[in-house]
Design a protein around this ligand. Sequence first.
Ligand SMILES: CC(C)(COP(=O)(O)OP(=O)(O)OC[C@H]1O[C@@H](n2cnc3c(N)ncnc32)[C@H](O)[C@@H]1OP(=O)(O)O)[C@@H](O)C(=O)NCCC(=O)NCCS
Length: 333
Amino acid sequence: MPTSVHVNPLQRVSAAEANAWHRVVAASTAHDLPGVPVPDPGQIHAQLTRAPLGGHRLTWLATAADGVPVAVAGLRVFTSPGQEHLAELELHVDPAHRRLGTGSLLMSAVVAACRAENRRSLIATAAADGPGEAFGARWGFRRALTLDHLLLRLDETDRADLRQVADAEHPGYRLTGWTGTVPDGLAAAFATAKNAMNDMPVGDMDYGSVAWDADRVRDMAAVVADRGDTLLTVAAVHDDGTMAGYTEILIPRGVPSRVQQYDTAVVPAHRGHGLGLWVKAAMVRRLRAEHASVTEIETDNAEDNVHMLAVNHRLGFRSYRRTREFQLDVSAS
Ligand SMILES: CC(C)(COP(=O)(O)OP(=O)(O)OC[C@H]1O[C@@H](n2cnc3c(N)ncnc32)[C@H](O)[C@@H]1OP(=O)(O)O)[C@@H](O)C(=O)NCCC(=O)NCCS
């Protein structure tokens, strides 16, 4: 164990601590996931000082004897009914300080916290075939899911084709969209559609499932707005008022070039009508029209999510990296 490294649980994360966190994560990401954007210190401060949706967060900073930050760990503890067994790990060690036991020092603190929080499952994501996999194996994590990450470069999309797909008639359905919080008149229908995400393929993950209602969808939008990000939604509504499908994009605060796909879901009774492709094409068109700085959309799909992958390939998304989700049975470790 590295005797000269100190692990400090963070209480109220200061701007200086968020800066230290940023330095470690930026160095670690550049090493293992080159090209993947890292949130700036302000975004990290906003994330670490605000509670995540349906949970709370614990954080640790490891520093060398000279006070230099060398590693960070974050633990998201889920508290919504249906996920009270679950916690999610983020762990980074500066590449210059690896293989010295620092990651393990933080893991010991994380596992103790999981036990104190009465958790059964700890999940984590790492670059496929990277050091996180070997470290996870050493700690008894098992592979639960492989995610294919895809990018759509907006300047390479075929505009005429996109227009045709977005403008296609879908009798019985209309498109709608909003920024931030769902309009009141659509809130209940949106919450019902969100529950359709619960059958998304998640491999062997012991992820549990959350029941969405109008309050939870509003809370989610509030969490995103509170940290300064923008949530865009495009939805297909059936003539009977049912929300048949929707897609969400997260635009990080500032003037970002890359945005993140959140949910895309089509309610089971409305599948097979091309609605997933329709809402996603309409979203791409909307991004082009309303957010000129955006040049790329990143999404990730479970390797076996053939329908979503087919929609994404049809739109021009291309695979560019893979990550894996791992799970540790904390009670057994
Ligand atoms: C994974 C990570 C946190 C490990 O941090 P670390 O401080 O180097 O880990 P430790 O020194 O405590 O390693 C403990 C054991 O894990 C295994 N291990 C860690 N990195 C490894 C690697 N690159 N190759 C093979 N085994 C490795 C070894 O068994 C090691 O023991 P040893 O050095 O005595 O052989 C670090 O590489 C990292 O930040 N990676 C990028 C982010 C990431 O993947 N996070 C993990 C999410 S679970």
